[in-house]
Design a protein around this ligand. Structure first.
Ligand code: HDD
Length: 711
């Protein structure tokens, strides 16, 4: 019998030794080799024994059952079949938009009772905490795309209230591209990859998107927002959220108050610059989700305050724009944002697929005391979300999935459907009935009542004339920006339209810009190399030139004046000043900021006083785009050797180009010379030549970026 083939018909030997036959050690790991040298780890305890999905214990998870060590596999190998069968069915359809997202658990805490406006239970008791789940997302990119795309960010909040789940499915931008949900499939088709070539994805800098948008003047306000720095947020933690639509709050007397929802980040708003965003995507495509994960892991729980713009029918009728038009906002200066509570995210998911991938938000999930308005976009959304969840999650029972299940008692007579986890017991699955007096029945007192709006009119496919002004708020947004932000917005339009191949689309967009701001239009046209200016696009309504600027629309006018939650990249070398590093680390920690050490090797550095400082990044994988500010604590020899490394030169040139504050020791000179920035060191660069210099640096960092460096 050949050594290789131990089994032949007739004289079947005794069952070979079932245990792997040779113990082995991989440094810290005790393993065992099987006959073919494959590695086996075995269960130490009864409860560690692996089983199949059916619960059958597994003896060998390394080898398929076969006839002879080199023979055919046996069809009866149920363990192999089940394992591969399940693997083959792991994927579900990604979301048709917002495919790439990141979910986190937390809670909402009410600051003060809002009984005057709403009888929603969640809005009744000061200090009460309600469990919440939030999913942040990009819109256009596929599930595996990168985080720092220029894009809207989804800001979907699920509140597990005592009266059922309330989903505020918002974005980080308060307006939207379109007014009627009818156009949403077209908008998404235009924004996503072209169907004939399956690119470009996760970006709008292409012909299809701008062709559609240049034929949709209603999107011009949104165009200003997505070309602004709002679309490249530094972190989910540093961006606002908005419910977008006008909703209703309804109190116990049935009185309705219009409301717009706002999420205000406690750490203030901050964005990156576009060149930085592109490089971050290369260095760390998961930048936003890693940022969120690290913050919560460190116990630095992200927090927003819930704000409400509350107004009545009288204001709505007098306001310059229609409160049902999702392409318009109400300036905070006209209706102040009343802060009513806070949202804290303090628990990461246990499993990304189970929670973040399977969570199902629906705009129709509201609770008593909240109601919809006739915003045509919201009306369409209310259909779409429920519809899409059935497709994505395989049937009508997606509320049986824990992350979607209400956390309050629920009673109904709905039954069956794919993957039903709980069906009503007994014979009664209808109502009214006489068999089950205690079964689910309606309640006039506790049940949801729609607001008694008085609706009438002709049935027709028609858009309200009050929606027709497409440029005035776009202009208001642009003029409300600082010069730095206006330049970023113009640069973004130039970048995007430069990727558009068909010239007439570029011309069409400039003709729209002429209805927003002539200087903006001229700057964009000039930078696109257009030889002559087109005439302004015809407008359904002329642009209002009298709208007041709204400072609340600017990021830079509302800076946090704090460096809390931000990150400093410290480039170090052997021979660095260890005490200076300690002082900087202490000052950063007191500010609530994080320090990461970047070094020539991941092994870290030995300081001049002989201490080992661990590194978190090797210079090639730790570019300065990953940090909000940088510091160079190096020796002269260290600087000389870093000067020879392109990644080290890029580290400082990028930091300067991205307007970051930079601290440095005099010994860094050789690197600055090699990088060609020695003469460019400005007031945003702090020489660490004395104790107070460290605190000077940290206080400068509170401005987040040194915009004076802008050429
Ligand atoms: Fe939407 C997902 C937000 C317009 C239809 N939308 C989706 C998500 C967010 C938003 C945050 C991700 C939810 C999650 O994390 O799972 N969508 C918005 C906002 C809009 C908006 C703020 C405009 C004000 N959406 C919009 C319209 C429609 C949809 C007009 C359709 C009529 N949205 C969907 C959807 C998605 C979705 C196709 C895809 C995945 C999902 O629902 O769960 O139903």
């Amino acid at each position: 019998m050949s050594k290789k083939d131990s089994t032949t018909h007739g004289n079947v030997p005794a069952a070979p030794n079932r245990k792997p036959y040779k113990q082995a050690k991989f440094n810290d790991q005790h393993v065992a080799f099987g006959r073919g040298g494959e590695v086996h780890q075995t269960a130490d305890h009864e409860h560690d024994i692996m089983t199949t999905q059916q619960g059958t214990p597994v003896s060998d998870d390394q080898n398929t059952l076969r006839v002879g060590a080199r023979g055919p596999a046996a069809l009866e190998d149920f363990h192999f079949r089940e394992k591969l069968f399940h693997f083959d069915h792991e994927r579900i359809p990604e979301r048709v938009v917002h495919a790439r997202g990141y979910g986190v658990h937390g809670f909402f805490e009410l600051y003060e009772p809002l009984t005057k406006y709403s009888n929603a239970d969640i809005l009744q008791r000061k200090g009460e905490k309600t469990p919440a789940f939030v999913r942040f997302s990009t819109v256009a990119g596929n599930k595996g795309s990168f985080d720092l795309a220029r894009d809207v960010r989804g800001f979907a909040v699920k509140l597990y209230t005592k009266e059922g789940n309330w989903d505020i499915v918002g974005n980080n931008i308060p307006v939207f591209f379109i007014q009627d949900a009818m156009k949403f499939p077209d908008l998404v088709h235009a924004a996503k990859e072209a169907p004939d070539r399956a690119f470009p994805q996760a970006q709008t800098a292409h012909d299809n998107f701008w062709d559609f948008i240049s034929l949709m003047p209603e999107s011009m306000n949104m165009v200003m927002w997505i070309m602004s720095d709002r679309a490249i947020p530094r972190s989910f933690r540093f961006m606002e959220g908005f419910g977008v639509h006008t909703f209703r709050l309804v109190n116990a007397d049935g009185k309705s108050t219009f409301v717009k929802f706002h999420w205000k980040p406690k750490l203030g708003m901050q964005s990156v610059v576009w060149n930085e965003a592109m490089k971050i995507n290369g260095a760390d495509p998961d930048y936003h989700r890693r940022d969120m994960w690290q913050a919560i892991e460190m116990g630095d729980y992200p927090e927003w305050e819930l704000g409400m713009q509350l107004f009545d029918e009288d204001f709505a009728s007098k306001f310059d724009f229609d409160v049902l038009d999702a392409t318009k906002l109400i300036p905070e200066e006209e209706v102040p944002v009343k802060i009513v509570g806070r949202l804290v995210l303090d628990r990461l998911v246990d499993n990304f697929f189970a929670e973040t991938e399977q969570v199902a938000f629906c705009t129709q999930n509201i609770v008593p005391g909240v109601d919809f308005t006739n915003d045509p976009l919201l009306q369409g959304r209310n259909f779409s979300y429920l519809d899409t969840q059935v497709k994505r999650l395989g049937g009508p029972n997606f509320t049986h999935i824990p992350v979607n299940a209400p956390k309050c008692p629920f009673h109904h007579l709905q039954q069956d459907g794919h993957m039903a986890m709980h069906n009503p017991k007994g014979r009664v699955n209808y109502e009214p009935n006489s068999h089950q007096p205690g079964g689910p029945r309606e309640s006039v007192e506790k049940g949801f009542h729609s607001y008694h709006a008085n609706e009438n009119g002709e049935k027709d496919r028609v858009r309200s004339e009050s929606f027709a002004d497409h440029y005035s708020q776009a202009r208001q947004f642009y003029l409300s920006q600082t010069p730095v932000e206006q330049k970023h917005l113009a640069d973004a339009l130039i970048f995007e339209l430069s990727k558009v191949e068909i010239e007439i689309i570029r011309v069409r967009m400039v003709s729209h810009l002429l209805n927003i701001d002539e200087n903006l239009a001229k700057t964009v046209a000039e930078q696109l190399g257009m030889r002559q200016m087109p005439k302004a696009a015809d407008a359904a309504m002329p642009t209002r030139m009298d709208l007041q600027q709204s400072p609340a629309l600017s990021i830079l006018k509302n800076g946090p004046d704090s460096f809390k939650g931000r990150k400093i990249g410290v480039l170090m070398s052997d021979g660095a000043d260890g005490q200076l590093f300690e002082a900087l680390s202490k000052a950063a920690s007191q500010e609530g900021a994080i320090i990461e050490v970047v070094a020539p090797t991941i092994g870290g550095v030995i300081t001049k006083d002989g201490k080992h400082v661990k590194a978190q990044q090797k210079i090639d994988g730790g570019p300065s785009v990953l940090y909000d500010a940088v510091a160079l604590i190096v020796s002269a020899d260290g600087a000389a050797s870093l000067a020879k490394m392109p990644a080290a030169r890029d580290f400082v040139t990028d930091a300067m180009a991205h307007f970051k504050f930079m601290a440095y020791t005099a010994e860094a000179d050789a690197l600055f010379v090699a990088a060609g920035i020695r003469t460019k060191l400005d007031a945003g660069c702090v020489l660490l030549n004395q104790d107070k210099a460290v605190n000077d640096f940290i206080s400068k960092c509170r401005m987040l970026r040194f915009w004076e460096r802008t050429p």
